[in-house]
Design a protein around this ligand. Structure first.
Ligand code: J2J
Length: 544
C-alpha cells in the first residue's frame, strides 16, 4: 500500500489549498477526463493507430475499452496503488492500458521501448511493480524474453501482459472483458503514474505525478497550443515520454477533444506519409528529428500542407536551425523547454518571431515560481545566467522513495534544482545556456554518465572510466568514454567495450558512441575527475 507523503513527497497543505483556490487543481482524474469527453462527444475520433492495419477509436470506444481492460486487470488482482511497468511502443494498446490502469487507481511506470534488462529490472525493484506490460516483438527485439528474464530477477512481479502474441505470458486481448461494475477509481490528489527522470546520479529516479497536478499542466498546454476539436496530433516521439504525453501531446489532444494519431517510427518517410493521409495539424519533435525532417522536406518529399504547428524541445534548439523550420516545413514553430519533474515553458502563438527563434519560452502558469541563482544559491542579477530553480502547481516536491537524493535535488523550501543554466529576457522568456548537472542529453534522450561508467568499470581490463558528452552536429551531443586500462591485461578494442555495455542490457542510446583509451584523466584540485576538463578537452579535439 502507498503511504502518502512517504513514498512520494507532496505539496504542503497551504500550497495545495492555494492551487485549488486558484482553479489550477480542479479535482479531475485521467480516467474521469476521458469519461467526460466520451459523454460530450462519443462519436468523435479520439485515436488512430495506422499500422499495420488502420484502427481507430471513437471517444466512446476508447472509454469502453478502458473500462473493460480495467476489469481484466482487476480480475488479475491489480488494485489501487499497485505499480505496473508499461513498456509499449506507439500503439493503441498503450493508450488503452494507461486509461485502464488509471480507472483502477493503479500506477503506470513509464518505461521506453528502448529500455533493456538493466533499466527494467531497476524500475521493477524501485517501484515494487506487480505487473509488466510489453509488446511481443518490437523493432526486431523480443520483449517477451526480456520479460521472462526480468521476472526471474524481480520477486514482486506477478504478471506479464503482452500486446500481441503472448508466448509464455498473458495476452492483453485474453483478459476477461466483463466489466465488474464501476470501480471506485482514484482521488484527484492521488498519484496517477510514475514518470522517468533523466537521472544525474545512478539509475533514473521515478517522478510521482498526481492527477490534479498533471491535468493542470495538460490543460494549460492544450490552451497555449490552441488544441481543439479540429486538432490532429501526430505522436512521433515515444508516447511514454513526458513531452509527447503532455506538451500538449496525446493527453492534451484528448483533453481538447481532438484526434491523436500514433506514428510507429519517427523517420520522415513514415511520418510524412501519415501527415498527408491523416491531415495532421500538430506534432512535437526533438531537434535532431527536425533536422531530418527539414532535409527531407527540402528534397520535396511528402505533403505537409495540413501541418500548422510543430513543437520543438527536449534539447537546445539552435537559433540558426530554428530560423529554418517555418520556411522548410511550411508551418509555425513553438519552442518548448520542459521536464518530466514539472515546469514546462512555451513560446506563445502571439510571440514575435524573434522571440520564438531565440528563446525557449516562458512558464505555463502564473504560479510557476522561477529563481535563477548562482552556485551559492543567491539570485543572480536580472538577465544574467544562473541555475534554474522552480516550484509550482505541477512541479513535484520530491522523487519517489528517494529521501537522500531529494535532500540534494530540492531546496529546503521545496524548489526543484533543475540543473539547467538559463537566463531570463525582459519579457520573462527563458533562454537555456547550458547545464550544471552531470547528465548526458543525446538528442533529447537523457541519462546519468555514472550509469554506464559503472557497467564499463565491471570490464576486467578496465581500471577507470569517465563518460562525457562531446558536441555533435546532428545529435547535439554524443558520448565519449575515456577508458584507463589495467596494465598486464589483454587490451580490448573500442568495439569490444561497446559490445560489453550492450550485452549488459541497456538502451541503445546509452552505449558510448566513441571509446578512447587514455593514460590519465584531467584532475581537479581535490583529485576528483574533472568532467568539465574532460569535456572541453574532448570538445577542442573534436573541433580539430
Ligand atoms: C534545452 N534543454 C531542454 C529545451 C528540455 C516538454 C519538452 C521537453 C521535455 C523534456 C518535457 C529543452 N532546450 N527546449 O518533459 O514536457 C532539457 C533540460 C531539462 C531536461 C528535461 C516536456 N527541453 N531540455 O525534455 O524530463 O535539461 O523532459 O531539464 O526528458 O531536458 O528532460 P525530460
Amino acid at each position: 500500500a502507498l503511504t502518502p507523503g512517504v513514498d512520494a513527497p507532496t505539496w504542503p497543505e497551504e500550497f495545495a489549498e492555494r492551487y485549488r483556490r486558484a482553479g489550477h487543481w480542479r479535482g479531475e482524474t485521467l480516467g474521469g477526463m476521458l469519461r467526460a469527453r466520451a459523454a460530450a462527444h462519443p462519436d468523435r475520433i479520439a485515436l488512430v493507430d495506422p499500422q499495420p492495419e488502420r484502427r481507430s477509436w471513437t471517444y466512446r470506444r476508447l472509454d469502453e475499452a478502458a473500462d473493460r481492460l480495467a476489469a481484466g486487470f482487476a480480475g488479475r488482482g491489480i488494485g489501487p496503488g499497485d505499480r505496473v511497468v508499461v513498456q509499449l511502443p506507439n500503439v493503441g494498446e498503450f493508450v488503452e492500458v494507461v486509461f485502464a490502469l488509471s480507472r483502477i487507481g493503479a500506477l503506470p511506470v513509464f518505461a521506453l521501448p528502448a529500455h533493456r534488462d538493466t533499466e527494467i529490472a531497476h524500475f521493477c525493484s524501485l517501484s515494487g511493480a506487480v505487473a509488466y506490460v510489453v509488446p511481443d516483438v518490437h523493432a526486431g527485439f523480443d520483449h517477451r524474453e526480456l520479460a521472462e528474464r526480468v521476472r526471474r530477477r524481480s520477486p514482486a512481479l506477478r504478471e506479464v501482459f503482452v500486446a500481441g502474441e503472448p508466448g509464455a505470458h498473458t495476452a492483453l486481448a485474453d483478459l476477461p472483458r466483463d466489466p465488474a461494475g464501476p470501480l471506485p477509481g482514484p482521488e484527484p490528489h492521488e498519484l496517477a503514474f510514475l514518470q522517468l527522470s533523466g537521472g544525474t546520479t545512478g539509475m533514473s529516479k521515478l517522478i510521482p505525478r498526481t492527477h490534479d497536478d498533471y491535468l493542470y499542466s495538460v490543460r494549460g498546454s492544450a490552451g497555449i497550443c490552441g488544441v481543439g476539436p479540429r486538432t490532429r496530433f501526430l505522436v512521433v516521439l515515444p508516447a511514454a515520454h513526458n513531452f509527447p504525453m503532455s506538451s500538449p501531446g496525446w493527453l492534451g489532444t484528448l483533453y481538447g477533444g481532438g484526434t491523436v494519431v500514433l506514428c510507429p517510427q519517427p523517420d520522415p518517410a513514415t511520418a510524412f506519409a501519415l501527415i498527408g493521409q491523416e491531415r495532421i495539424t500538430m506534432t512535437g519533435l526533438v531537434p535532431p528529428l527536425v533536422a531530418l525532417w527539414t532535409d527531407a522536406a527540402a528534397r520535396g518529399t511528402g505533403d505537409l500542407g495540413s501541418l500548422e504547428l510543430v513543437l520543438v524541445g527536449g534539447a537546445k534548439y539552435g537559433e540558426q536551425a530554428a530560423r529554418r523550420l517555418e520556411p522548410a516545413l511550411g508551418c509555425r514553430l513553438m519552442q518548448v523547454f520542459g521536464m518530466a519533474e514539472g515546469l514546462v515553458n512555451y513560446t506563445r502563438l502571439d510571440d514575435d518571431p524573434e522571440t520564438v527563434v531565440t528563446t525557449q519560452g516562458r512558464p505555463i502558469s502564473p504560479d510557476d515560481e522561477v529563481r535563477i541563482v548562482d552556485d551559492d544559491g543567491r539570485d543572480v542579477p536580472e538577465g544574467e545566467c544562473g541555475q534554474l530553480l522552480t516550484r509550482g502547481p505541477y512541479t513535484i516536491r520530491g522523487y519517489w522513495r528517494a529521501p537522500e537524493h531529494n535532500a540534494a535535488a530540492f531546496t529546503a523550501d521545496g524548489f526543484y534544482r533543475t540543473g539547467d543554466l538559463v537566463r531570463r529576457t525582459p519579457s520573462g522568456h527563458l533562454v537555456v545556456e547550458g547545464r550544471a548537472k552531470d547528465q548526458i542529453n543525446r538528442g533529447g534522450e537523457k541519462f546519468a554518465p555514472g550509469e554506464i561508467e559503472d557497467i564499463i568499470l565491471a570490464h576486467p581490463a578496465v581500471r577507470d572510466v569517465a563518460l562525457v558528452a562531446v558536441p555533435d552536429e546532428y545529435l547535439g551531443e554524443r558520448t565519449l568514454a575515456h577508458v584507463i586500462l589495467r596494465p598486464d591485461t589483454d587490451p580490448p578494442t573500442p568495439a569490444q567495450i561497446k559490445a560489453f555495455v550492450r550485452e549488459r542490457g541497456v538502451a541503445a542510446y546509452k552505449i558510448p558512441d566513441l571509446v578512447r583509451f587514455v593514460d590519465v584523466f584531467p584532475h581537479t584540485g581535490v583529485g576528483k575527475v574533472s568532467r568539465s576538463g574532460l569535456r572541453s578537452a574532448a570538445a577542442s579535439r573534436e573541433q580539430r
